[in-house]
Design a protein around this ligand. Sequence first.
Ligand SMILES: Nc1ncnc2c1ncn2[C@@H]1O[C@H](COP(=O)(O)OP(=O)(O)OP(=O)(O)O)[C@@H](O)[C@H]1O
Ligand SMILES: [Mg+2]
Length: 387
Amino acid sequence: MHIPDGLIPFSQYILYWLFIFPPVYLSLRWARQQMDEVKMPLLAVLAVGLVFMKFARKNRVVTPGSDAGDASIGDDDNSNINNSSSSDSNGNGNDNGNGWLSEERDWGTPYIVETRDLTHIYHSGTTTALDGINFSVNPGERVVLLGANGAGKSTLFKHLNGILKPTSGQVLVKGQPITTSNIKDVRKTVGVVFQNPDDQIFSPTVAQDVAFGPINLGLPPDRVESRVKWALEMVRLTGYEERAPHHLSGGEKKRVAIAGILAMKPEVLILDEPTTGLDPGAAVRLMRLIMEMNKNLGITMIIATHEVDLVPEFAQRVCVMSGGKIIGEGTPMEIFGRTDLIAKTHLRLPVVAQLMTKLKEAGLDVAMELTVDEARDEILRVAGRRE
Ligand SMILES: Nc1ncnc2c1ncn2[C@@H]1O[C@H](COP(=O)(O)OP(=O)(O)OP(=O)(O)O)[C@@H](O)[C@H]1O
Ligand SMILES: [Mg+2]
């Protein structure tokens, strides 16, 4: 049964008066014998009010979309990224098989996140960091924003969850322009992991820091605790709960920052240079985690990077940014096939692509490949060791 937020069913009122009122009444009578009559009415009102508030709070019914919980995103605190058939633990029938994504798709646009002619000029007035950006992402997509230093990637990301306001143009999340009235929902939907973890981490312990988002969503303590546990497991920081974040290494801080966003279970996860500062093992594990979350849970992933070697394995689509504009868009193969475009961005081809280019120049009839496995297969084929 669907009961509006804050309302208690009539039968519970009856029970309340039957079981709570007699002891309260007897206590008040006893108190009356002890105190003078002037203070009595005040005491009575206070006692009944306190008991009632406690009862009403305990029985508050969370409705989808209310601030008291994230039933709207089908929360499942036992969800595991390898278990795509997780069920909805709060019994709201949101068992959509992907952990916490909403099934609603009728946004009036195919995109979960979209910018229209987005321009941003920083207050100094001298830098047009974004210049008429039209950037759109489909639900469940894995997109890489590729661009050199100063291209505008971080500025674009800060618009996607309302941290920065456009100078002109629009930012839409699930078809809705971001406004002050929907900003809380926007931040529940779109989680941004900043480039610098120090911008994001501020609590005295790791556990408190990761708990900050879920507490802000209004989740009860047991759910906050399970989310913190889950998010720290995801980034392999179990055991770090009581550590002070400012005593962690750069890579560990980065993983705390990621856990803090994961703990809010966003539908769109935006990571600004996620592997910067991570050792190669941690970077590979993180990228694997991101891929699994996308494939098994359907979370939309948007990543900014200039580490071109990461792109072919990860991206379904690449948007190339330069000077505050998107100057190219396509699959990794299409983008890295355009040497003019890569030259403009001051980036380079992935190492594997460079090797294939050099083999071709040396007279070997190899096709362009971008990943190590594909390159191995292609070279073996040309060497006659494979069909
Ligand atoms: N707070 C600010 N005030 C003024 N200008 C800024 C501010 N932040 C960024 N800029 C400028 O906006 C442009 C885009 O910066 P942005 O940080 O978005 O680039 P980026 O693509 O994320 O670069 P990087 O790869 O170095 O992180 C740059 O020219 C930068 O100097
Ligand atoms: Mg940046």
